[in-house]
Write a protein that binds this ligand. Structure first.
Ligand code: ADP
Ligand code: MG
Length: 695
């Protein structure tokens, strides 16, 4: 594949292309404005737009769009063609600086959480020159921020850019105190994406998958993931050809897809990109999810991004690997060979420790969704309790600083495999801990609670802001300190003493941890309905206001959008369930039991001595289960009526979490029991075995 380097980024208007296509002065002005965050001159914008258009047309584009990320969690686009009429009745291809910089989509149907009444439909998109424009399906896509007429933020990109700016500035304050001369500090992110692939024809037969993204019914397959033979297993030919195609599409867009492997559950896979700056990392993850679905279609597959497509096997998550790096590429979470002497590293580490402890509620909110509720705490993903894994070495270092004792480095040495032909390999300073929600993994943090379908923006907005807050407090202390060294020592000791309760290096999936965490006073927000109200806690509103990320109204609107979404998702799932039960499952059961009864009667009329024990018992069992299913169906219908009467959104969400979900479970149980006794000829849907293994 020698052509990969040429292919990589060929659909991106990146720095190389800009240098090539833009007049030198325009290129320089654009660069300067990106680096300093200055506003662009309209003449420069016109020149950039023109070059972009010519480049895009050369690559086959006919349209352009402002590509933005409203609060729906997915991306939005409205395509305009480049054509402009001419006097002689023809057209020319045109793209102005004005169209590049600003768009005005009629955005009244996108969620605003009460920030904007429907009659105030104006929404604006504004070019984000820090993320490159790209071509997707003959359309030049321009990454943009999205706000309302009166300037309220309506998207996920604007607060993300703000949070990156804030953490960059606060990190610079700290670095300055350590005598470091750097121009900028950026956050970096690499999002590992899990997904399922199933056969498209089977997918088409299940309205639960089509409408809800997950199966609402399905008896356990005789084989699931118990043999542990799928993880890192041989990749099936069909899947491999999907992955090859996917890599190619992503590479063209400059997305550095790096690792692809099978995950734990049958049919489950993962893709990890090489990390990049957070803003671009978020855009890339959105594109990756979109392109996964499209490429799957080409291979007659369906790509499932839901957090829990199948009960009984692992669901899918997304690991948000996060770090801070200087413009010179130095990673601020690189501990070096002797972290015990690396005070700068320890200060940054302590900022994260304190931030995660004080704002555990916000981090939990950032991953809250109806889909993710199925995973967290289910022995396949971290629990809903936030804690940090630091490993023994760093924990010991912090402990010794708190106690004022000398730290003795433990020698880790090499691993000796015992077979002389295999070279000795150096041992890492600590083992991995796969059960921790927030793990320090050598030179970065890995936040593992995100759901697979989520936008990573929310998490990164919050992570950046909470760490920025702690860095700002530390910087203020250090700037005022008379004895700098001593104050560093005090900050580390204070932080460890007050926040060590958030450190947990043990098994996060165990029930002992749940108990211990409760004793330590850590939050355990089991579901979305419990978590979301904390978004609006006064301390959190104060934090967002202080750093100019969100106003109070913007926090409230976001909270409303999330709560509303939770209720809507569960309502759609309930209605889909009811539809499937009433129109497919119960009729199939009745048809089958009728067939059994007729068979029994026929046998009897043939010869009265013939035993019809089997037919009779099975018919009775099916009838009993049908009755149970029917009663649960009625209960679910009643629950939904009751929910409609609850006017308070938060209360309504709680009702769904506590009551509706339980009824949905009962409906499912009865239907799944029926699936195991009704003939496969009558059962209306492909089974778990087919969905997970027939590919
Ligand atoms: P592992 O999960 O086995 O530790 P890697 O170390 O390769 O694997 O990293 C997993 C993910 O973390 C990749 O997407 C990678 O790009 C990302 N990553 C690595 N270093 C950083 C960093 N400094 N900042 C953000 N993400 C990073
Ligand atoms: Mg990982």
């Amino acid at each position: 594949m020698s052509r990969v380097p040429e292919m990589f980024g060929c659909m991106v208007f990146n720095d190389t292309v800009m240098r090539d296509k833009l007049p030198n002065d325009v290129y320089k002005a654009l660069k300067k404005s990106v680096e300093r965050g200055n506003r662009l001159d309209i003449d420069i914008a016109n020149a950039v737009a023109n070059a972009m258009k010519d480049w895009a047309i050369e690559k086959g584009a006919t349209h352009f769009t402002h590509w933005f990320q409203p609060m729906t969690g997915i991306t939005a686009e409205k395509h305009d063609s480049f054509i402009e009429p001419t006097d002689d009745g023809g057209v020319i291809m045109q793209f102005s600086g004005k169209s590049l910089i600003r768009g005005e989509p009629d955005a009244s149907s996108l969620p605003s959480g009460g920030l904007r009444a429907t009659f105030e439909a104006r929404g604006y998109t504004a070019w984000d020159p820090t993320s490159y424009a790209f071509i997707k399906e003959k359309t030049l896509c321009i990454p943009t921020a999205f706000c309302s007429y009166s300037g309220e933020v309506l998207d996920k990109k604007t607060p993300l850019l703000r949070s990156m700016d804030v953490i960059g500035k606060q990190a610079m304050r700290i670095l300055k105190l350590f005598g470091k001369d750097v121009k900028r500090v950026l956050t970096t992110v690499g999002a590992e994406q899990e997904y399922f692939l199933i056969d498209k024809k089977l997918y088409e037969k299940r309205s639960d998958l089509k409408l809800c993204g997950r199966t609402l019914f399905g008896a356990k397959s005789p084989k699931g993931q118990e043999l542990e033979d799928h993880y890192f297993g041989n990749i099936k030919t069909r899947v491999k050809s999907f992955m090859d195609d996917l890599d190619e599409e992503l590479w063209k867009l400059g997305i550095a897809a790096k690792t692809e492997h099978n995950e734990v559950a049958p049919g489950q896979h993962e893709l990890a990109p090489i990390y990049t700056t957070t803003n671009i990392g978020c855009d890339h993850n959105q594109l990756t999810m979109e392109i996964m679905k499209k490429v799957a279609e080409r291979h007659d597959l369906a790509c499932l991004l839901h957090e829990k497509p199948f009960e009984g096997v692992n669901g899918s998550g997304k690991h948000n690997n996060w770090s801070l790096s200087t413009d010179t590429g130095f990673n601020l979470f690189e501990p070096g060979n002797s972290p015990e002497d690396n005070m700068q590293f320890l200060i940054f580490l302590c900022a994260v420790l304190k931030a995660v402890d004080e704002y555990a509620d916000l981090l939990r909110v950032s991953v809250a969704s109806a889909g993710n509720d199925h995973r967290l705490g289910g022995n396949e993903a971290p629990p809903a309790i936030i804690s940090i894994f630091l490993g023994d070495e760093l924990t010991d270092i912090l402990e010794s600083i708190e106690k004022g004792t000398t730290y003795f480095k433990k020698s880790v040495g090499n691993i000796h495999v015992g077979a002389p032909v295999i070279p000795h390999i150096p041992r890492d300073t600590s083992d991995r801990n796969r059960t921790s929600p927030f793990a320090f993994t050598g030179n970065k943090f890995e936040f593992r609670m995100l759901g697979s379908s989520a936008s990573i923006s929310c998490t990164n907005i919050i992570l950046n802001t909470v760490v920025a807050e702690e860095l700002s407090l530390f910087a203020t202390r250090l700037e005022k300190a008379e004895d700098f060294e001593n104050e560093i020592h005090n900050i580390i000791a204070d932080t460890y003493k007050n926040h060590k309760k958030i450190i947990y290096n043990g098994d996060g999936y165990s029930s002992e941890w749940t108990k211990k965490a409760e004793e330590r006073g850590l939050l355990n927000l089991r579901n979305t309905a419990d978590a979301l109200p904390l978004f609006k806690a006064q301390k959190n509103i104060d934090l967002f206001k202080k750093h100019n990320i969100y106003t109070k109204a913007e926090v409230e609107s976001r909270c409303e959008v999330l709560t509303d979404n939770y209720i809507k998702v569960l309502t759609i799932e309930s209605n889909t369930m009811l539809d499937m039960v009433k129109r497919d499952i119960l009729p199939a059961c009745v048809a089958y039991s009728n067939e059994l009864a007729v068979a029994a009667l026929n046998k009897k009329s043939l010869c009265s001595d013939i035993s019809v024990e089997y037919e009779t018992r099975l018919t009775a069992e099916i009838s009993q289960l049908c009755e149970c299913l029917y009663n649960n169906q009625l209960k679910l219908e009643k629950d939904l009526m009751d929910a409609k009467r609850i006017t308070n959104l938060g209360e309504c969400a709680k009702f769904f979490a506590q009551t509706v979900l339980e009824t949905m479970n009962s409906v499912r149980q009865a239907a799944d029991a029926l699936e195991t006794v009704v003939s496969s000829k009558h059962w209306p849907y492909p089974t778990y075995r087919q969905l997970m293994f027939d590919i």
